[in-house]
Every structure is written in structure tokens, then in C-alpha cells.
Design a protein around this ligand. Structure first.
Ligand code: SF4
Length: 162
């Protein structure tokens, strides 16, 4: 929850500075854990993350429908830890389900990621060195028990699928 609160604080501060209204989705950590649980040992940029993108984008589409927004886009694609192609594929699928336009993006391309770093420095924003969830935080430490478990899972998965 504290990571979520820190990020929300940054969004609210920035939005306040630029007079941009903010609306937030429904935050439920337990539902998120349930959504990614079957894939938790897969590591980053894996089906675990695809389930995570879908969970978060669906929440965005729900909120867009409640508030009659014309379109949905996501800043998730600015992150080097995330797969923009997959995010856009999920966004397009949800667009059909909710009948709301999805605007595809890849904000990290063409120097976008570097620019985001410069902007966050300029505004004194909080940044972290992991994608966002507890799993990614543990996986930053190569020799953590969690990382070893993920590695062992990947090895047995690869061995089974040879
Ligand atoms: S927060 Fe990042 S690392 Fe964690 S599941 Fe979601 S996309 Fe993957």
C-alpha cells in the first residue's frame, strides 16, 4: 500500500500544479494478488505481468465507463520493465469489451524513457528501481530467496518444455 500511496501522492501533486483533475480507480491489493497468483514465479515480462496489465487496464476501463470518458490511454508503456506491445494488445481487447476507444502508445520509445527521467528530476518526483509490485522488488536482488525460487522455477519450466 505504501508504494501505491507514494505514487498517488506524486500524481496528485503534479496534477494540482497543472490544474489537471484526477480520478482514482478502486484499489484492492487482494484482488491483484489473486489475478497474478498462478504466475507469481514466472518473473518479469512474463504471463505474470500480462495478468497485471490486464487487471490494471480493466480497472481503468471500468472507471472510464462510470465517468463517460471517450478514450483510455496508459502511461504504463513508459516503463522499460513493461511490454508495450502486450499492453496495447490488452488495451485493444478491452476497448471492444467496454466500447471505449483505446489509444495505443509506447512512451518509452524515441527517447521517451530518458525524457521521463529528466522530467521527474525537474519536478523532484519519487522514483523507484523496480517495476512496482513486491515480486519485482524482491527480484531486483539477484540473490534473494525469492529470486532463487523464480530462477529454479524457470529452469524446471524450461526443462519440461524442451
Ligand atoms: S508490477 Fe510490474 S513486475 Fe509486477 S506483475 Fe505488474 S508488470 Fe509485472
Amino acid at each position: 500500500m505504501s508504494e501505491y500511496k507514494r505514487r498517488l501522492y506524486e500524481v496528485e501533486q503534479f496534477s494540482h500544479l497543472h490544474s489537471i483533475p484526477v480520478t482514482t480507480g478502486h484499489y484492492n491489493q487482494r484482488e491483484w494478488f489473486n489475478a497474478v497468483k498462478p504466475y507469481r514465479f514466472y518473473g518479469e515480462l512474463s504471463p505474470r505481468c500480462h495478468a497485471c496489465y490486464a487487471f490494471r487496464l480493466e480497472e481503468t476501463f471500468k472507471r472510464a465507463r462510470e465517468q463517460n470518458f471517450d478514450a483510455v490511454c496508459t502511461t504504463l508503456t513508459v516503463s522499460p520493465y513493461k511490454d508495450a506491445e502486450k499492453i496495447n494488445e490488452i488495451g485493444k481487447t478491452l476497448s471492444k469489451v467496454y466500447n471505449i476507444t483505446y489509444i495505443p502508445s509506447d512512451f518509452k520509445s524515441d527517447g521517451g524513457y530518458q525524457h521521463s527521467i529528466e522530467l521527474s528530476k525537474q519536478y523532484g518526483m519519487y522514483r523507484q528501481k523496480y517495476c512496482g509490485c513486491i515480486y519485482s522488488k524482491l527480484e531486483r536482488k539477484k540473490y534473494s530467496l525469492w529470486s532463487k525460487r523464480v530462477q529454479a522455477f524457470k529452469e524446471s519450466f524450461d526443462a519440461l518444455n524442451k
